[in-house]
Design a binder for this molecule. Structure first.
Ligand SMILES: Nc1nc2c(ncn2[C@@H]2O[C@H](COP(=O)(O)OP(=O)(O)OP(=O)(O)O)[C@@H](O)[C@H]2O)c(=O)[nH]1
Length: 364
């Protein structure tokens, strides 16, 4: 389990679920249980005169540090400061361990093992999911502390510097591991974003594809229905596009489809407007507005832009420039059963626009 607690709130909200938080709390409890189990084992090992100092260190310093972290996870600002809290926890546990090593050596010339230091660091790096820079900071401060301790007390005799090398080396390996995980997670996130883009965007026009168009429209419709706002569905279709394709070729046809998308982007530019390619040379937009006039103005502007661009369509039986027809269904959202109901009515209006001679809009 890799926790992705980030230091900035905007990212956290996207990445940390309540399940992650629950797992984190569980892992802190498991950490506490581990320390308690070590206590049972260690107390068989340490000389009796050290028992008091040992119990004080573990039960009154280390376990309360973990309990503090556990309590902090319930504070609303926790996600914002999670990484700092992990760093502080790992370092305080590590230094509490160093203190124990020092006391054991000073009071009883007992070489208290250092492995707990590594366990704390690795718990932080991989169970808490400390980010690379936090892990690196933990590694540097822990290494300096351990080397300092070895300079102060020659706890491990001949093996002192070998053990110091082992501690620093192991922490380094942990930090590199964390770096690789962060990099891979970053790549995965990038690939995910790309996939989401590919699955929602139409490759030719970069508008929403049919699937995304429908789900976004449904969402907007539900919102507007609750507030009983006015909205409109525009169905748009290029006129005599078959003739255009036949005369100028498929590539020019694609270019014309992109022009339609550009016009839509230029005219329907409110952030809430939903624009998409419904299929082939048919497009759809879902637009908010307080008055039906606004929708008429927008439709007129789309038609005007096609006129202005004057893309030739010589084989068209009527106008010799490419145009589009627009069917509009508009009203208060509560007047319709569903977005599909609006789409169907907009489609009927589009059919009327085609029948009436194309290059026009009909509002149903
Ligand atoms: N170039 C290109 N052509 C497409 C694409 N999708 C659909 N078409 C073409 O669009 C044309 C649609 O033709 P029809 O449905 O007969 O409609 P139309 O000729 O525009 O006639 P009206 O809609 O009645 O004005 C067909 O020739 C399709 O091959 C596309 O992605 N690229």
């Amino acid at each position: 389990m890799d926790f992705t607690f980030m230091p900035t709130p905007s990212v956290e909200l996207n990445t940390v679920s309540s399940r992650d938080l629950l797992m984190l709390r569980l892992s802190i409890v498991v950490g506490g249980i581990l320390i308690s189990l070590f206590m049972i084992g260690d107390l068989q090992l340490v000389p009796p005169e050290l028992s008091g100092a040992y119990i004080t260190n573990r039960a009154l310093i280390q376990l309360p540090i973990l309990a503090g972290l556990l309590a902090f996870t319930f504070v609303p600002q926790f996600l914002r400061f999670a990484q700092t809290a992990f760093l502080a926890t790992v370092l305080s546990l590590t230094y509490a361990n160093y203190y124990l090593i020092h006391v054991a050596w000073e009071q009883a010339s007992f070489s208290f093992p250092y492995e707990g230091t590594l366990l704390y660091a690795f718990f932080g790096f991989f169970v808490f999911g400390m980010k690379f820079y936090y892990a690196l900071t933990a590694m540097l401060i822990s290494s300096v502390g351990f080397v300092g301790l070895m300079l102060l007390d020659s706890v491990y005799g001949d093996r002192t510097w070998m053990n110091a090398g082992f501690v620093v080396g192991s922490l380094f390996v942990g930090v590199i591991g964390r770096h690789r995980i962060d990099r891979l997670l970053g790549q995965l996130e990038g690939a995910n974003e790309q996939l989401v883009g590919l699955s929602t965007v139409d490759g030719l026009t970069e508008l929403f594809n049919r699937r995304a168009l429908m789900s976004e429209s449904e969402r907007l419709f539900a919102l507007k229905r609750r507030a009983n706002h006015r909205l409109a569905v525009f169905m748009m279709d290029l006129d005599h596009f078959k003739q255009f394709n036949d005369r100028y070729g498929h590539q020019e046809g694609d270019r014309a489809i992109r022009i339609q998308a550009d016009i839509m982007r230029q005219v329907l530019k409110r952030q809430t407007d939903i624009l998409g390619r419904y299929g082939g040379e048919e497009f759809m937009a879902v637009i908010e507005g307080d008055h039906a006039d606004r929708f008429e103005r927008l439709a007129t502007e789309i038609l005007r832009q096609w006129q202005e661009r004057a893309v030739p369509n010589e084989d068209s039986p009527n106008s010799k420039i490419l145009s589009c027809s627009i069917g509009i269904c508009q009203g208060l959202a509560s007047e319709f059963d569903s977005i599909d109901d609006m789409i169907r009515k907009a489609d009927e209006a589009l059919y009327c626009a085609k029948k009436q001679g194309r290059a026009r809009y009909v509002m149903g």
